[in-house]
Design a binder for this molecule. Structure first.
Ligand code: EPU
Length: 302
C-alpha cells in the first residue's frame, strides 16, 4: 500500500515520522519472505496516537513490526502499511536492579549489556533474535526462563483506548508464548527487574545456552525460530521428526534437517510455499497424533 495523499504526507513530516516507500518486508524479516509496502519509522512514542488518527482518517490500515524474527509476511503488494519504532539512544537505562529498555532495543544486546552490569536472569534468551518489544509481546523464553518473569512495568500504546498507558507487571498475564496484550497493542518500553549476578557467572550461563542452541538449531539459515508452539507435555519438533518430515519441502520452503520445528527459506521461498508446508505438516501431525499444532509464527497474509 502506498501513501500519496498530500495532507497525510504533510502530517507525517510534522510528526517527524520517516516514510520509506516501497519497502521489501523480505529484507526486514529473518525468514527473508514478504512483499512490499510503505514503512513508517517512528522516532517519538508520543507521536503514535496522532499518527494512528491520521492513518485512520485516510483509511490506511497498518501493522506494527518489531524485529521481524517470528513473522511470516505474505507475497506481493501488501494491503497495509507497516509501522516500526526507531531505536533511541540510549536504548537501555539502568537504575539499581531495574533496566528501563526501549521496545526497539535488540534482545541479545540487552542481555549482554545487563550482564556487563552484573544483572542476570535472561541468559536463556541469548541467541533469540528480535527486539525486546517482540519478545515481550509473545513472552519469549528458552532453557527454562521467560522474559515475563522479570517484567515490572510496560509502556504500551493501547489501540482500543487510543492512548499510551503504563501497565504494572501484575496487570499483565504471561503464559507459555502468550500474553494478555491485545493483538493491536504496541509495545513501547519495559522495565525489567533483574537479579544481581557476577558477570563471569552470567557469561558461563550464556556460553552453555549458546552451545545448546548451536548443537540443536539451524542458526545460520533463514528461519522464524520454531514454527509451532509445543502442545502441552509434548514437543512439536520431536513429533515432526518422528514422522520423518525433516527436509520435506514446498518450493524453497523446507523443514530443517537439524530441528524439525524450524522451517527454513532455503533460497527464494514465497509465503505461499511456506504456508503450504505449514499446512501439510500440521495435517500429517494431526492425522498421526490427533494433535492440532498451533502456530507460534505470526502470519501477516496479504
Ligand atoms: N527433538 C527431536 N527432533 C527434532 C527436534 C527436537 O527429536 O528435530 C527432540 C529433542 O531431542 C528433545 C525434544 O525434542 O528431546 C525437545 O527439543 P528441544 O530441546 O530442541 O526443544 P523444543 O521444545 O523443540 C523449545 C522452544 C525453543 C527453545 C528450546 C530450548 C518452543 C516451540 N520451542 O524447543 O524456542 O529454544 O525449547 O529451550 O517452545 C522458539 O520459540 O522459536 C524456539 C526456538
Amino acid at each position: 500500500m502506498r501513501i500519496s495523499e498530500p495532507k497525510l504526507l504533510a502530517g507525517l513530516a510534522k510528526l517527524d515520522v520517516e516514510l520509506r516507500q516501497g519497502t521489501s518486508l523480505a529484507d526486514l524479516t529473518s525468514l527473508g519472505i514478504g512483499g512490499t509496502t510503505d514503512l513508517l519509522r517512528i522516532k517519538k512514542h508520543e507521536s503514535i496516537p496522532c499518527l494512528l488518527r491520521l492513518l485512520d482518517d485516510s483509511h490506511i490500515p497498518h501493522k506494527f513490526l518489531g524485529g521481524g524474527s517470528n513473522l511470516l509476511v505474505g507475497d506481493g503488494e501488501l494491503p497495509w502499511v507497516v509501522l516500526q519504532l526507531v531505536r533511541p539512544d540510549p536504548e537501555i537505562v539502568l537504575e539499581g536492579n531495574f533496566a528501563h529498555v526501549d521496545a526497539a532495543a535488540d534482545l541479545g544486546r540487552t542481555v549482554t549489556f545487563c550482564a556487563k552490569h552484573d544483572l542476570g536472569g535472561m541468559e536463556g534468551l541469548i541467541g533469540v533474535p528480535g527486539t525486546v518489544g517482540g519478545a515481550l509481546r509473545m513472552n519469549a523464553g528458552a532453557y527454562g526462563m521467560q522474559i515475563g518473569s522479570y517484567v515490572r512495568e510496560v509502556k504500551v500504546y493501547r489501540a482500543a483506548a487510543r492512548q499510551i498507558e503504563i501497565l504494572r507487571g501484575h496487570q499483565i498475564s504471561f503464559e507459555y508464548r502468550h500474553t494478555s496484550f491485545a493483538p493491536d497493542d504496541m509495545m513501547l518500553a519495559v522495565t525489567l527487574e533483574l537479579p544481581s549476578k557476577p558477570f563471569k557467572d552470567i557469561l558461563e550461563g550464556i556460553r552453555i545456552c549458546n552451545e545448546k542452541r548451536r548443537s540443536s538449531q539451524p542458526l545460520g539459515q533463514k528461519s522464524a525460530g520454531c514454527i509451532f508452539k509445543n502442545p502441552p507435555g509434548a514437543s512439536a519438533g520431536r513429533m515432526i521428526d518422528e514422522l520423518g518430515l525433516k527436509s520435506l519441502s514446498v518450493g524453497d520452503a523446507r523443514v530443517s534437517d537439524r530441528h524439525a520445528n524450524f522451517f527454513v527459506n532455503a533460497g527464494k521461498a514465497s509465503a505461499r510455499d511456506m504456508l503450504a508446508l505449514i499446512a501439510d505438516v500440521r495435517e500429517r501431525v494431526h492425522k498421526t497424533y490427533g494433535v492440532e499444532l498451533e502456530n507460534e509464527v505470526v502470519v501477516w497474509n496479504a
